[in-house]
Structure formats: C-alpha cells, structure tokens
Design a protein. Structure first.
Length: 85
C-alpha cells in the first residue's frame, strides 16, 4: 500500500532543528497526532494508522528505527523518576 510506504519513510525522517533525533515518546506522539488528524472532520477516517494491519510495515519500521536509535545511543532510554511521598 502506498500510504504505508510513505508513512514508513516519514517516521524515520523527523529531526530537531539542530539535526539530532527526537525522543521515542516524541516520535510516537507524532504518529498519534497524525492518527487523530485523520480521524477528525473533515477526514473522518474509520481506521487507525497506529494499529491497523494495513499499516504494519510503517509501524514495524518505526519500532525497528526506535530500537536502532536506542542501541546506537542516539536517544536515551526511558528515565523513571522516584515517586514523591
């Protein structure tokens, strides 16, 4: 599917203005924002690009890209803060 391939290319292309990579949460937020945009009027799409099998290539590409960035040290892993009492 052409849209699936375009999304796969798009997911690996965003960079900050200084050329560095976005965090994992930011890239996942971009995907979620696109999904919300497609579902909202006037588009009113009934499918989700986040979990629909028709977009599995794009989602697998994003997940593999995030794993690659993490293993290469390009992005930091999730840092959990200590709970405040």
């Amino acid at each position: 599917m052409e849209v699936d391939e375009c999304l796969a290319k798009f997911y690996v292309s965003p960079r900050k203005t200084d050329g560095s990579h976005y965090k994992k949460t930011s890239l996942l937020s971009i995907r979620a924002a696109l999904d919300r945009h497609l579902k909202a009027p006037p588009n009113n799409k009934k499918f989700s690009i986040c979990d629909n099998y028709m977009f599995s290539h794009a989602n697998k590409t994003l997940n593999a890209y995030l794993k690659h960035l993490l293993s290469a040290g390009e992005i930091a892993g999730t840092v959990h803060k200590e709970p405040q009492v």
